[in-house]
Design a protein around this ligand. Structure first.
Ligand code: HSE
Length: 422
């Protein structure tokens, strides 16, 4: 007998899941909840009699053993998942926002009902990363993750690099091509990456991560000039999601643009690709990369989760113990102001004698040492552009220096401020 599945959501990923599992010998999708039953579907010979516009028909259906939630967002997804669990169903979801914000409630409810919630599709589309961290890497002390977890922003930054085009132009082209949402805020302002790195750091560090304390900055202030200068200095600019477990046990989890050395792995991850670099002991450093979104790559993760559960049903009283939530301690979240980084700073300055001297003095007054400094020729309006990269410096010192620079009469504006990876 095939295991009966209910699918909530038949968008891009849901369609991929449906097509992948069609004719599966192990499972059968018996009901699909959609918003609009009359919408044209991109599925050959689709049996519309299995459609419902009430998702509670699925979570309350006695015959369904696995509920697959693919609608995203917190509500009604949260209530649907909790209802499904309380009705004794296992759950598969790709909902990064819900897991990042309400993981504790969801996993407590799953445990109370002896059911599992799997969410491989929530992070990095088709790249297997949740299951590897929870199973084959489980003996490791994972201390650091550096990742590109958002395809939209990586596409935009790659295009800006290749074409020298400004952010707004590339974003609008990406929207026309369907690579960016009509409302791109979640992607371009770093929310999407923050949910994903919060999930990865929680399962890697085995501590709860407060999503409200994950520092995030998006890519909307990056200029083509910054990308060009970074190239000349030997770097690419990427939106990096980073998590580090400090020696004192605190978790430094953040998302912001970074200058990444051109010869590093992340610098070679272009367009909509994602990548995750995990550092741990005893494994050392490993890199996973592939398609971070899309119909079939994400369906690969979602269907893998479905089949993992389906293969346990009826064979054990306690399915998939390694895939359950095994931690309950809240991480102490490290404040961005306490971090130490290198920084790229771009300045528009007045063409005056002694400007470089002033810059040096302000750096010294704030305990900042520079490793690179470039001045580009004087412009017609009698201004010049200066680009610096600092040595390791405290964020608080840099912020104080940036304020002093902004207030200095030789400086017109700070035009770029981006952290630099080691
Ligand atoms: N919006 C995401 C991205 C894909 O651009 O990578 C879904 O998680």
């Amino acid at each position: 007998m095939k295991i009966k599945i209910g699918l909530i959501g038949l968008g891009t990923v849901g369609t991929g899941v449906y097509k992948t599992l069609f004719n599966s010998p192990e499972v059968e999708i018996v009901k699909v909840a959609v918003k609009n039953k009359n919408k044209q579907r991109n599925i050959e010979n689709f049996d519309e009699s299995i459609l419902t516009d009430n998702p509670y028909d699925i979570v309350n259906d006695e015959n369904i053993e696995i509920v697959v939630e693919l609608i995203g967002g917190v509500e009604p997804a949260k209530d649907l998942i909790l209802t499904a669990l309380n009705n004794g169903k296992h759950v598969v979801t790709a909902n990064k926002e819900l897991i990042a914000k309400n993981g504790e409630e969801i996993f407590d409810c799953a445990q109370k009902n002896n059911r599992v919630v799997l969410y491989e599709g929530a992070v990095a589309g088709g790249i297997p990363v949740i299951m590897p961290i929870k199973t084959i890497l489980s003996a490791n002390a994972i201390t650091k993750i550096m990742a590109i977890l958002n395809g939209t922003t990586n596409y935009i930054l790659t295009k800006m690099d290749v074409e020298g085009a400004p952010y707004e132009e590339v974003l609008s082209e990406a929207q026309k091509l369907g690579y960016a949402e009509a409302d791109p805020t979640s992607d371009v302002e770093g929310f999407d990456s923050a949910y994903k790195i919060a999930i990865l750091s929680a399962i890697s560090f085995k501590k709860r991560i407060d999503i409200n304390k994950v520092y995030k900055e998006g890519i909307s202030k990056i200029r083509p000039q910054d990308i060009k200068e970074a190239n000349e200095l030997g770097y690419k600019i990427k939106l990096v999601a980073q998590a580090q477990l400090n020696n004192d046990g605190s978790a430094d989890v953040r998302v912001h643009p970074m200058l990444i050395k051109k010869d590093s792995i992340l610098a070679h991850i272009n367009y909509v690709k994602n990548a995750i670099i995990i550092e741990g002991h005893p494994v050392g450093s490993i890199a996973l990369s592939g398609a971070g979104a899309g119909e079939f790559p994400t369906a690969s993760s979602v269907t893998g989760d479905i089949l993992a559960i389906a293969n346990e049903i009826g064979k054990t009283d306690y399915p998939l113990p390694m895939m359950r939530c095994t931690h309950s301690e809240n991480a102490v979240m490290y404040d961005i102001n306490d971090t130490v980084n290198k920084y790229y700073i771009a300045l528009s300055v007045k063409n005056k004698k002694g400007v470089i001297g002033r810059l040096g003095a302000i750096c010294a007054e704030n305990d900042i040492s520079l490793s690179n400094i470039v001045q580009k020729g004087v412009e017609e309006d009698n201004t010049a552009d200066i680009y610096v990269i600092t040595e390791q410096a405290k964020e608080r010192d840099i912020q104080r220096m940036a304020e002093a620079l902004s207030n200095d009469e030789t400086v017109n504006a700070i035009t770029g401020f981006i952290r630099v990876a080691d």
